[in-house]
Design a binder for this molecule. Structure first.
Ligand SMILES: Nc1ncnc2c1ncn2[C@@H]1O[C@H](COP(=O)(O)OP(=O)(O)O)[C@@H](O)[C@H]1O
Ligand SMILES: [Mg+2]
Length: 362
């Protein structure tokens, strides 16, 4: 293999254009950026943020809930904000001026909304009052606008906070969505994007937060075959048909393959290994259920349900209603597309692994 460097960012021209058009216009809707795991949602959003901040007066506030233990309001506040310590202005207007001056272009890399320590302490002490946080943020975004910048709020892996309730027992996530509706549809103040690969979650909030007519969806899917073959080219793939057969157009898997090859494995060896790992994950889940370590439907009923994927990659949601499918979607085995109403394995590799496990008679 030649010395191919890992390409920094490939393709997504259409998605980039679409997002830039949205973000250059007036905030009107809450956007759900959805798609299977490792399809490139986060990378796309970061890329667009970077490019837009170079050409336009846009400020992106990026918050990623993944890997953060968010169970209470206090946790949520800690993730939402980035405390600026030391000598900063205590006046919101002054503070925002300072923030904008000192690095408008790198805000999204900071992961969190910069806020003076004293203000953070104040909000934190009144942590049960979610409304105070939203009121503060609204004022904050208004100040950003006043300085001639268009704020953009990106919440990534937002399903992480679906269980958080406030002191009065209300779901914070619904309040957060109502707040985002206020920022967009009502006040046209700030763009709001939520990225997630948990689409059952989208459907839940959609119904509960009365999002009808106020939200739109943007799919960031794995690459189709034609695009994938072009991407393979940039990754120095040798046997394109073989690679497509195993991992298809999932960028995360294309990168894994690339890393394995760098260690000296052939494509065939690397793909075989990746498939085996995927198969072991399924079998492990079965074992955990059988041993009572994990709650879930009977293993036999899961296997029975998965049989629909033996001869096709996706099915319509009405073909598969039921507890088993909900479980498999929640376990990130299956990806549910709420717009198309279809369900399929989260990756082509997983699809292949499912078929192997089902055919394994040993
Ligand atoms: N267009 C792209 N070009 C190159 N690498 C990408 C691209 N999109 C995603 N990646 C890489 O693929 C992996 C998975 O992408 P990520 O954005 O984390 O997926 P998601 O957020 O959908 O789960 C990451 O390592 C990311 O850097
Ligand atoms: Mg992501």
């Amino acid at each position: 293999m030649g010395m191919v460097e890992i390409p920094e960012f490939v393709d997504r021209e259409r998605e980039k254009r679409e997002l830039k058009t949205i973000l250059s216009g007036r905030p009107n809707f809450v956007y759900f950026v959805y798609g299977p795991i490792n399809s490139g949602k986060t990378a796309l959003l970061m890329k667009v943020a970077e490019e837009l901040e170079e050409s336009e007066n846009i400020i992106v506030f990026y918050i990623n809930f993944r890997g953060r233990d968010v169970e209470t309001i206090d946790d949520l506040i800690k993730v939402l904000f980035r405390v600026k310590r030391g000598r900063v202005s205590e006046d919101t207007k002054e503070f925002i001026r300072e923030v904008l001056k000192s690095g408008a272009k790198v805000l999204h890399k900071l992961k969190g909304i910069p806020i003076p320590e004293n203000m953070f302490d104040l909000l934190f002490r009144r942590a049960d009052k979610v409304e105070d946080i939203f009121a503060y943020l609204e004022e904050y975004f208004e100040e950003v606008r006043g300085e001639g910048y268009q704020p953009v709020l990106i919440l990534d892996e937002m399903q992480t906070i679906k269980g958080v309730i406030n002191a009065t027992g209300r779901m914070v996530i619904e309040r957060l969505f109502n707040f985002m509706i206020r920022l967009t549809k009502e006040k046209h103040l700030c763009h709001s994007l939520c990225a997630t690969s948990d689409c059952l979650f989208i459907e839940d909030v959609y119904n509960n937060a009365r999002l009808e007519g106020r939200a739109k969806y943007l799919l960031v899917d794995d690459f189709d075959k034609e695009t994938a073959f072009r991407v393979y080219e940039e990754f120095g793939v040798e046997d394109k048909e073989l690679v497509w057969d195993y991992i298809g157009g999932k960028i995360g898997d294309i990168i894994s393959l690339f890393e394995e090859k760098k260690k000296g494995y052939s494509e065939k060896e690397a793909l075989g290994e990746m498939l085996e790992i995927e198969g072991r994950k399924i079998k492990w889940m079965f074992r955990m259920i059988e041993e009572g370590e994990k709650e879930g439907p009977e293993v036999e009923s899961i296997k029975e349900a998965l049989k629909v994927f033996l001869d096709r990659e996706w099915v319509r949601e009405e073909d598969i209603k039921g507890r088993v499918f909900k479980f498999l979607i929640e376990e990130n085995i299956l990806f549910y597309n709420p717009v198309k109403g279809t369900v399929r394995p989260q990756s082509r590799l997983l699809w292949k692994a499912i078929k192997e496990v089902l055919n394994d008679k040993s």
